[in-house]
Ligand binder design. Sequence first.
Ligand SMILES: [Zn+2]
Length: 213
Amino acid sequence: MGDLVTLYYRRNRGWPTPEDSYGLTPMYGADGWCRGCGVSLREQTGSIVLRSKGLTGAQGAWIPYWRTNVLCMQRSLGEDLAGRFGLRLRPVVWPRQAPGEAVQVLMPVVGERWFDPDELRRRTHLRHGRDGVACPTCGTWRWLPLRLVEQPPVHVGPELAAAPIAASPEWFGDGWSSFHKLLMVRELAELIQRASPRDFTVEEVPQVYESHP
Ligand SMILES: [Zn+2]
């Protein structure tokens, strides 16, 4: 078992708004994301705005619809975890009445490359018959999605080994769905899963450690 794991989300809660940007404009600015593929083009600059319909209170932790790289949780849990693991938080904004105070745990892109591109090419071909596509609008390369059991091992460099939570430099996705692979330290993942067992399971991730950067 590696030191880093991922959280698999069992369901989604809360709808990002406005819908015409799938919630991206408040988070990145109107010109901070690509209208061709939905990838963000800069660091997040604003809060996610969530409609609370179907959320059943801002309890525990959860992943909203559409934005699968956005980890939300009730504020008290987020602040506790932020203090213990050195996480960065952003408040979640509600367009109407708030179902409770909530925060987003930011997942910074860490490292230059997690995966061997030859391995990604081989495995995406096996699964999809092709490997990925460069967006004609922004030029970002996205690998076609791979399930956890299909993905090649993550090469863990010193920077990633020291991060409490991280997003892959590589983008994955198809059509309007664009996302990073996510990793976090096991203890953090287990605390989140225990706080929200209906939302998450903790999953092992194949990983190899690079002793020489
Ligand atoms: Zn694009």
